[in-house]
Design a protein around this ligand. Sequence first.
Ligand SMILES: [Zn+2]
Length: 383
Amino acid sequence: MRRKLVYPYSESLLDYEFNKDHPLKPERLKLTYSLSKQLGLIDKVELLEPKIATREDLELFHSPDFVDAVERAGTTLNPEYKYGLGTPDNPVFPMIYETGERYVGATLDAMKRIIEGASNAFCISGGLHHAHRNAASGFCIFNDIAIAINYLKKKKGDNVRCLYFDFDAHHGDGVQNAFYRDKNVLTISIHQTGKTLFPGTGFVYETGGAEGTGYAVNIPVIPGAGTPELIKTFDEIVVPLFNAYRPDLLVTQLGVDGHFMDPLAHLAYTSHGYEYVVRGLRKLAADNCKLGWLAVGGGGYHPVNVARLWTLFLAVMLDEKIPMNIPDEFKEMCATMSFERCPGTMRDEDEIVQMYFSREEVELDLERTLRRLKELVFPYHGL
Ligand SMILES: [Zn+2]
């Protein structure tokens, strides 16, 4: 019998809330869990109550000084800007240390289950890809992804190979930097160009350093890039690199702030593009990865839409069918919260949405980017 997909979730994760006006809303997790449950998907998973990560776990990636600073921030509420704490993006709040630890614990528990033999996991609270060794950044306190990969290395040795793929609208800078000189972690990030969006990095020429050269891959796209660009990048870059690299484990950051309805970024992805990619990842992981696939969440600032997309991703990961329409029970739940309108269907009605630039301009820009990327990176992979 196939082992169940591991899904860490508990209401205690909802305490990670900077303040009521902050765009990172814990309700997105609650709504995702609720919608997935209403569609019967939670009955098919192994639901885990996430444990709290230990200090030793945090120090698998973060410096002791930074961990101390986060712990102090929770009790003194004193912002320490040099650690990225107390900025408009990362305001300090009383539970900052405990909830940060709990978020890491959720992703780490998923990784531990994979090491024990589960073949895939989806940790919706994870994906804090901007956190650096020595600083919080972009709503991210502790980098659960870098910690989980380092935990895997500690257990399985440095030669275990991970492919990290990140389609969040923002560059996965924290994870890229964590493994920039490491050829055993191939990072691939497609994101809105750093010329127009935080964190301002992730250019094609960032290809890794020392023996990791060729193992950091960046596909910056211009505002308005959408489903055709996501699919083309997946087919032309991710698939060949995946098949050449044959990782032991796939790690994916599935932030959905690149969706056209998202209020923070300026991309035009639709559920069609996301679904194509998540289906493709499922096949690649099944064909190549002996350890399996660890998926985490990430960005997404329209809570209802996040719930819809992450539920769709869970259905794809489980290979389950879902109804066309969003259940009334879920719509009623959304109506009691003051969020934007709830779409009526699980998948977007339009496949292609045009924003900011013409289709021709977006296509031409991507052509140029992919050509340059292939010149710079493919030779390191025998392609
Ligand atoms: Zn993001």
